[in-house]
Design a protein. Structure first.
Length: 182
């Protein structure tokens, strides 16, 4: 018998001071059996950083041809492709052909090695690459409960996250900004 995903319900009060975007997000996340809490929370943060009306989680790890998060236009075209983790350069290249905007959020202990090995090839692609600090992602994952009310305030390259269990700040570095080269 297959292991079923674990369901999390998050109510997020989002304040993105960078974009003057304020919203309350009611998200239901399915944590794939092979997915860590850290990865699931990076998906959540990436969703908050890119929040917009048409943004949605895809089938994720269950559908390898889809990104983790995407936005699509009314005619079905992918306008935003977001991958979480350290995807292969070929996957990023494919994403740049399929979507207008591509963003990758790396986060774990091997992110530096992944970037060092792929930087030369990835730099030629029209994709923005971000790296979360692993320790802050671990601190965020430690706050997770199955049902949560979360406050997320984004300013600069950091998100301040407050829950009933505690709070933490998650920062990220911009490894490559596709909008700066366009």
């Amino acid at each position: 018998m297959a292991i079923k995903p674990t369901i999390y319900k998050l109510r997020i009060s989002l304040s993105d001071l960078n974009r003057d975007y304020y919203d309350t997000l009611n998200l239901t996340l399915a944590q794939h059996p092979s997915e860590t809490l850290e990865r699931m929370m990076v998906r959540t943060l990436a969703f908050c950083i890119n929040a917009q009306e048409s943004l949605e989680f895809s089938k994720g790890l269950s559908a390898v041809e889809e990104p983790d998060i995407w936005a699509r236009s009314l005619d079905g075209n992918t306008t935003l492709w977001i991958d979480v983790g350290e995807p292969a350069t070929d996957r990023i290249k494919k994403a740049t052909r399929m979507a207008k905007v591509v963003r990758v959020y790396s986060f774990n202990t091997k992110a530096n090695v992944w970037w060092a090995q792929g930087e030369d090839k990835i730099k030629s692609l029209s994709a923005s690459i971000y790296q979360f600090q692993w320790q802050s992602i671990q601190a965020l994952a430690a706050l997770v409960q199955r049902t949560m009310d979360i406050s997320v305030t984004i300013t600069g390259n950091s998100a301040y996250v407050a829950t009933e269990q505690g709070e933490c700040e998650v920062s990220w570095s911009v490894l490559q900004d596709a909008s700066a080269t366009s």
